[in-house]
Design a protein around this ligand. Structure first.
Ligand code: ADP
Ligand code: MG
Length: 250
């Protein structure tokens, strides 16, 4: 029951079918890696799971802890414990990072337990320190002028503040140097130990999987899962590339 489940999911983007019948399970507390060549539909799948209005689910269903959320709005999905870290986080000048984060966090909290600006400031400073982010980020606008690595860290900051049950991380490793990657991994492990977080990890970087040790690995190509296995599958693809698997008749 405690899982995120995709059943024969089909997704259209701008009238074109990109996801063509995907079955996938992310059990609570587990790590499921989703790997595949560029343009295979990974980001489309992640956005569709989160309920991005541009990604239209034409058939199939998304079941979260036994509840059908296929047609639910993104904010409801977030309330049910879903989180998406974008491959390309948006820059929003004029919206301060702390204001954005406080709104997001308070949105998930009950009336009477919402954080004041002062309370939230203290929490934010602590989390930023854990992530190795300079305190000056708490005075900046959301992702405005952030480097690639800084944007990814801001995404991790959101993750650690929101404490979702199921997180979809879309190439969170890209643009990070190895030290920053380790910080992100430590952050994820810390949250996971505390909250039993489940992760759908979209990545091209094998090192990330070596650090995080996925329980399951799925390979996506042209909107379909062409192979599933354990972490040894990711290792094999790291060595052989995707072409061999794609050309082997799958
Ligand atoms: P991946 O993340 O695996 O690289 P994407 O999901 O980004 O793949 O893209 C899969 C396909 O869907 C591509 O052909 C891409 O051009 C198309 N696509 C994805 N998002 C959009 C969009 N917002 N508008 C138009 N086409 C899109
Ligand atoms: Mg992508």
């Amino acid at each position: 029951m405690n899982k995120l489940e995709l059943i024969d999911l089909h997704v259209n983007v701008e009238g074109k079918e990109i996801i063509r019948g995907i079955n996938l399970t992310l059990p609570a507390g587990k790590i499921h890696a989703l790997i595949g060549p560029n343009g295979s539909g990974k980001s489309t799948l992640a956005n569709a799971i989160m309920g991005h209005p541009k990604y239209k689910i034409t058939s199939g269903s998304i079941i979260l802890n036994g509840k059908n959320i296929t047609a639910a709005k993104a904010n409801l999905r977030a309330k049910e414990g879903l989180f998406l870290s974008f491959q390309y986080p948006s820059e929003i000048s004029g919206l301060s990072l702390p204001a954005f984060l406080r709104t997001a966090v308070n949105n998930l909290r009950e009336e009477g337990t919402k954080y004041s600006v002062v309370e939230f400031h203290a929490i934010l400073q602590k989390k930023m320190k854990e992530l190795g982010m300079d305190p000056s980020f708490s005075r900046r606008d959301l992702n405005a002028g952030f480097s690639g690595g800084e944007k990814k860290r801001a995404e991790m900051l959101q993750l650690s503040l929101l404490e979702p049950k199921y997180a979809l991380l879309d190439e969170t490793d890209s643009g990070l140097d190895v030290d920053a990657l380790k910080l992100v991994v430590e952050c994820i492990q810390k949250i996971k130990a505390k909250t039993n977080l489940a992760l759908l990890l979209i990545t091209h970087y094998h090192k990330f999987l070596e650090f995080l040790q996925p329980d399951l690995v799925s390979v996506i190509h042209d909107g379909k899962i062409i192979k599933q296995g354990g972490k040894e599958l990711a290792k094999q693809i790291e060595q052989d590339g995707f072409a061999k698997l794609i050309n082997s008749g799958n």
